[in-house]
Design a protein around this ligand. Sequence first.
Ligand SMILES: Cc1ncc(COP(=O)(O)O)c(C=O)c1O
Length: 382
Amino acid sequence: MTEFPKKLSAKLTERQANNALRKLPIPNGLIDFSSNDYLGFARNEAIFKNASNILQKKGVLANGATGSRLLTGNNGLYSELEDFLTDFFGSESSLVFNSGYDANIGFFSAVPQRTDVVFYDELSHASIRDGIGLGRAQSYKFKHNSVEDLNRQIDRLREGKTDSDIYVVTESVFSMDGDSPDLEALVATCKAKGANLVIDEAHAVGVFGKKGEGLLNELQLQDKVFARIVTFGKAMGCHGAAILGSDALKSYLVNFARSFIYTTGMPPHSLATILSACEHIAATKGGQNQLRTNIDFFKNELKAHNLQSYFIPSNSAVHCCLVEGNEKLKKWSQQLQENGFDVKPIMSPTVPKGKERLRFCLHSFNTEKEISKVLLQLSNLF
Ligand SMILES: Cc1ncc(COP(=O)(O)O)c(C=O)c1O
């Protein structure tokens, strides 16, 4: 092997010195307070078996897609899945991508044009920021969940520029904070200012909505946005994503979203698994009620242990306890792990310095005893 470049070695050394070197973890079999598998679908036997049934019934005996969807990879399961998603999420159209990361970079690199402007929440997921970075539009961040700041910035822009299309993007549940913006206020602002609102629902799908359709559906706002990004790797327990929007948006993305065009399609069994997971939640709600009960119980236990003030307020399945500094954070998460609980440290630079945190992901399968115990352990660390 050739020598590893010195500049790159220096960057790794710097990460190490900052206690921020990322390493691939080994599965530890501890009590799960860290995965995004909020409903336990990733190991749900009924979903697994039904996915196989779907493939068998259709006589699909294929391991791979064989090409891009625009060439040979667009097998029949895609249209069945997209029809299901369109109906389930209440949209005009849907387009499946290989992942949420691909969906966001595909959308934001292709849709906003050179003369357009994108406003994004300062805590937006890396996939949104990377997509914006690949695109040609000007972009500005607004303060986290601040509709006031967004309003101010749009007004300032409109004073000088009148011909730009404006895109506003945020998440309905923030992946590293668990909190949510005021979606009603955002919809009203975007309507008043003529801006196109795009909402990433990665961590809301399966958790909010009557059958897990997301927070926009829960608030009956699904028709008031330009596009939604839904992903299947979190509560749906599998992999992949879809962009929901108009037929015109779908056609545009098929023609211009490079992360859609220049990649091999999904293998049929991935599509069957997404379909199976979606059918399961549509038919049974998939443990959503139990997840909600657990979220409420967790919040009550925070109060009981006087821990509330250390946590970012959240109604979602993600609850974060701020613990400043990578070193202390690592130590605390290690102590929780030694006591049997898998709670992950979210270190800087994944989150800003000073905002390091323990991220508790709640699940329908966590028991009240587990929740009480992990919070008792946490309170002993303060
Ligand atoms: C808000 C948000 N959007 C998009 C993604 C990317 O989704 P995927 O894991 O399907 O690539 C994530 C995943 O971490 C996310 O948290």
